[in-house]
Design a protein around this ligand. Sequence first.
Ligand SMILES: Cc1cc2nc3c(=O)[nH]c(=O)nc-3n(C[C@H](O)[C@H](O)[C@H](O)COP(=O)(O)O)c2cc1C
Length: 166
Amino acid sequence: MLDAILKRRSCRKYKSNDVNDALLDEILKAAQYAPTAKNWRGWEFVVVRDKQIQRHIAEVVHERFGLSAPIFLFPIIDMSTSVCPIEELSTVTTHIMLQAKDCGLDSIWIEIIESKEDKIKTILNIPDNYLLINLIQIGYCDEELRPHTESEFDENKIHFDNYTSH
Ligand SMILES: Cc1cc2nc3c(=O)[nH]c(=O)nc-3n(C[C@H](O)[C@H](O)[C@H](O)COP(=O)(O)O)c2cc1C
């Protein structure tokens, strides 16, 4: 697992190669084993592969690096049933990104700010009571990604038993 964690880096430029359904299924499966408050498992997932719809989304998101991945994945959650929607969307995103890496794919979390959320929901016919906080791009990376290194690990960030001790 640590190997996948170190190798997962945000990819901002993707090859046009599609991702096969079996790999996508694995990623969506990993998503649904993410922890949720009270095990309510309120998330749902909108997978966008249609290029025209992706273009509409890209116009709204206006990401400075562009959006070039073959898969746009939106985790969404019903706010009327989830008590911790942001936490649950964040946790499921981590599952998705790590499973993507384990499947030989790359990904990135693109933030969807509140002012853009409604426009995305309109494009995708997502009901008003659902929250979305991000778009996960998934595909085969077309840039060199350097794995994280052990040198980024900082022992000083860890406190045992009380904050003043390391
Ligand atoms: C909450 C959150 C929001 C992010 N939003 C964006 C974004 O809008 N655009 C982008 O290019 N990267 C975004 N990222 C990716 C971060 O820039 C990236 O994870 C960080 O620089 C660390 O690099 P790494 O993912 O390669 O480890 C976001 C990441 C997180 C966790």
